[in-house]
Design a protein around this ligand. Structure first.
Ligand SMILES: *Cc1c(COP(=O)(O)O)cnc(C)c1O
Length: 422
């Protein structure tokens, strides 16, 4: 297949093949019972306007072409799908073939650039000159600041004060890229407070400003917009796998935080029932300890951040505090579309502990020379576990999403592996 078709934003080439995976969400922004818009009146108009503008952009071939060209020329797409035979050998499953989808090789080192570029271009098309975004670990903020620098947009990033102290190198990156950082001190100084501040700013400045949300969650239309901009991952992987192996994979694994890299990789395979889709969340110190972020595996449906979805609640029914060694997975919610596929059984929801992720990180680093992000290492570690439990049949063909690179995690890894005598 031509490279051009490989890196389309998603829907066009699949429609051309007679497959329309975009049946979701419905006109109310719902995936089954999940999703919707649980927001104050003041936000509703902004969301509905964004949805209308997005649908126009999506139907406009000049927008689709411009995004495709930007992803190719400035973000390094398509990313590699390559075989990792040394790693596969360590799993000791006869005939096993493992491929990695290398989002870590995209510009800025993670999949988040796909969504940031899509929404940045959308903002410019809508005549907006200013972007606001929240960031927790700083990865989304870096992707947004990068795209704003490229497209000449003003950039304001809200970040919890506590997060700013923990993620100093990303703070410096964002500042170098010309973003204005605004520290949020209330509400614990974390991601949740940063989201509220971004929304407040957006509503107050909606004529000039686009709110660039970072994962496939939140109120409609964000889960769908972010998913669409991330489906490029799976569309490429599907074509690349067919090209290399002449068949589809048996298993596709991805880590799940808010769910954007996972739904982006899974989406192209939804209509292929023989392909098993496995989402791997953070089991932290173990689900039984309560210190985890396994929302799909251990949560229950509820309303959070403007949408109805699986959520982690504590004993009093409040949003639970979470823990993961991977900052990008440390979130008590998850997007509505994955919530829906959990309930239908289309996506199998698993969780990997910090220790399993660290093993995944080490095994892949040593066998192949690839240092994955700790988030991605959850998917790698879970695959190692599946092999050990003899749950992978001989001759299986597996694709693992490597959502990002591990440079940001070196201090954490050193500390953890040091303690463990690794
Ligand atoms: C942010 C991040 C994640 C988690 O976000 P999703 O929306 O679930 O994809 C995973 N991996 C990396 C490298 C990240 O930066």
């Amino acid at each position: 297949m031509a490279v051009k078709a490989l890196i389309m934003t998603g829907i066009e080439d699949r429609v051309a093949q007679g497959v329309e995976p975009g049946i979701f969400p419905d006109e109310r922004g719902r995936f089954g019972v999940f999703g919707g818009r649980y927001v104050p009146e003041g936000l509703m108009a902004a969301l509905l306007n964004l949805e209308a503008e997005y649908l126009l952009a999506r139907a406009d071939s000049s927008f689709v072409t411009e995004l495709h060209d930007l992803l190719r020329d400035r973000a390094g797409r398509p990313t590699l799908l390559h075989r990792v035979p040394n790693f596969a050998r360590t799993l000791q499953v006869p005939g096993l073939s493992v491929y990695l989808k290398r989002e870590d090789m995209a510009h800025t080192g993670a999949h988040k650039i796909n969504n940031a570029m899509g929404q940045g271009l959308l903002a410019r098309r809508m005549g907006k000159s200013r972007i606001v975004a929240e960031t927790g670990a700083g990865q989304h903020g870096v992707a947004v600041a990068t795209v704003c620098a490229m497209l000449g947009l003003d950039c304001v990033i809200y970040m919890g004060a506590a997060d700013m102290r923990r993620q100093e190198s990303n703070v410096i990156r964002m500042q170098l890229l010309g973003a204005e950082l605004r520290a949020v001190h209330h509400g614990g100084g974390g991601l949740k407070a940063a989201i509220s501040e971004s929304v407040r700013d957006w509503v107050a400045n909606v004529d000039t400003t686009h709110y660039l949300f970072g994962t496939a969650a939140g109120p409609a239309p964000y889960p769908r917009i972010v998913r669409d901009f991330q489906t490029v991952i799976g569309n490429e992987a599907r074509s690349q796998c067919l090209e290399s192996e002449g068949r589809l994979p048996d298993y596709v694994l991805a880590c799940v935080g808010g769910g954007s890299n996972a739904i982006g990789l899974f989406h192209a395979f939804l209509e292929d029932p023989q392909v098993r889709l496995i989402g791997v969340e953070a089991a932290g110190r173990g689900i039984e300890t309560g210190d985890h972020a396994a929302t799909l595996a251990a949560g229950s449906p509820g309303e959070m951040d403007g949408s109805y979805s699986y959520v982690l609640h504590d004993e009093d029914g409040q949003i639970a505090r979470t823990w993961s060694i991977a900052a990008g997975l440390d979130y008590p919610g998850v997007g509505p579309e994955l919530s829906y596929y959990k309930d239908t059984g289309r996506v199998s929801c698993r969780a990997a502990t910090d220790a399993v992720a660290l093993r995944g990180l080490q095994t892949l680093s040593r066998s192949e020379g690839i240092i994955a992000a700790l988030e991605s290492a959850h998917a790698v570690g879970h695959l190692v576990e599946l092999a050990e439990r003899a749950e992978l049949p001989p001759d299986s063909l597996v694709v693992v999403g490597i959502s990002g690179r591990g440079d940001k995690d070196l201090a954490t890894a050193a500390q953890q592996l040091g303690h463990r005598g690794g």
